[in-house]
Design a protein around this ligand. Structure first.
Ligand SMILES: [Zn+2]
Length: 371
């Protein structure tokens, strides 16, 4: 497909220069618009206006995108803030469409629930002055990582982490982390009772910069789209990873790391929300007490999570991910969750946040995280 990103000259307008806006090649024909997502990762977030009703939106998709989008739907909004999924229909292989009978005056359409820098700013305003709350800004090379911190760090307490947005477009994880910060700030979760003896840090979006770019995971300082989550073991990881890795490894050396849960999303590619850690990495293998502890923690954390499912595989599926690096190098047990967008939207993400936080309080001892 050799369409260019250009206004086709018709009445319909397609715009993407807003926060989190990401365009794709498209063409318009009457009250129909077709976007080409088949190349380059498939992230799209546009505003469409100047059409009549009904409005037909067609997506040309490739590979796994079709399965993911059929499970999730197209994410639409009439105000650019409140997004809901609408089901897509498969017209042919690689060709999905939806007809909006009542599209309103303008429609925002996205392939993932938008979450970017303005969402972080909104969260900072909400959390400011909240229960036991603070916000820190990690900075390196003009990239920033806002850390929402709950409880007073006296230099000795156990520290728990929830980290969203390692893959910038996996925003169901970001929205889950955002909801966790709101629950903690409003004293609306039993996890607040842990704050006397521990600190909870929430990073809803690891690289806000990457969330504004077409790449699905991470955009480097050179502008390359890479799989950022797999850079934990790099000699010199990209700035945001380097900043967070320093915090985590410092806490492991001090034997102060509690739960570290990265929050991802396969979007609609899998109907389950999955929590997982691994049994072995490098020359390390979890045995005996720590292995039993990890299995119990997986079951405890996922209990009651909508569509929740636990996995405990032998090895990592891709080298260089946090739990592979941190187990191989430091012997630390860390966890990852995939929050599904299959058949659930914001309500499901909020419930996932609520249940995960409540379940953290049911783990009596976090000391087995560090060897
Ligand atoms: Zn991911």
């Amino acid at each position: 497909m050799d369409w260019t990103w250009t206004d086709a000259g018709g009445v319909m307008r397609v715009e993407h220069h807003f926060e989190g806006g990401i365009g794709r090649p498209y063409r318009t024909e009457g009250d129909a618009v077709t976007f080409d997502l088949a190349e380059g990762g498939g992230v799209m977030h546009v505003r469409i206006s100047g059409y009549g009703a009904p409005l037909r939106i067609t997506l040309l998709v490739g590979g796994k995108q079709e399965n993911m989008l059929m499970g999730q739907g197209l994410i639409v909004s009439r105000d650019g803030y409140h997004y809901e999924p609408v089901a897509l229909e498969k017209e042919a292989d690689g060709r999905l469409s939806v007809v909006m009978d009542d599209p309103g005056e303008a429609l925002w359409a996205a392939t993932r629930y938008p979450y970017g820098a303005s969402a972080l700013a909104g969260l900072a305003m909400h959390v400011a002055g909240g229960h036991a709350a603070g916000v820190r800004l990690l900075r390196k090379d003009r990239r920033t990582v806002p850390v929402f911190e709950f409880g007073h760090d006296d230099g000795h307490k156990m520290v728990h982490y929830f980290i969203g947005g390692e893959d910038a477009w996996e925003t169901a994880g970001c929205i889950t982390a955002d909801a966790m910060a709101r629950l903690l700030a409003s004293n609306g979760t039993p996890a607040c009772e842990m704050l006397d003896h521990s600190v909870i840090r929430v990073i809803p979006l690891l690289s806000a910069y990457s969330a504004s770019q077409p790449g699905s995971s991470y955009t480097t300082m050179e502008g390359e789209s890479i799989y950022g989550a797999a850079t934990w073991g790099d000699l010199d990881p990209p700035p945001e990873y380097s900043l967070v890795r320093d915090e985590i490894t410092g806490l492991i050396k001090a034997k102060r790391l509690g739960l570290m849960l990265t929050l991802h999303s396969w979007q609609g590619g899998n109907p389950n929300s999955v929590i997982e850690t691994i049994r072995s990495a490098g020359h390390r293998r979890l045995e005996g007490h720590r292995r039993e502890w990890a299995a119990t923690v997986l079951e405890t954390l996922i209990r009651g999570v909508p569509k929740g499912h636990a996995e405990f595989p032998e090895k990592i599926w891709h080298p260089g991910l946090a739990r592979d690096y941190l187990l191989a190098e430091y012997g630390a047990i860390t966890f990852r969750a995939e929050v599904t967008t299959h058949g659930q939207g914001r309500k499901g993400f909020y419930e996932t946040a609520r249940v995960f936080l409540a379940n953290v309080t049911k783990v009596a001892d976090w000391k087995p995280v560090c060897p």
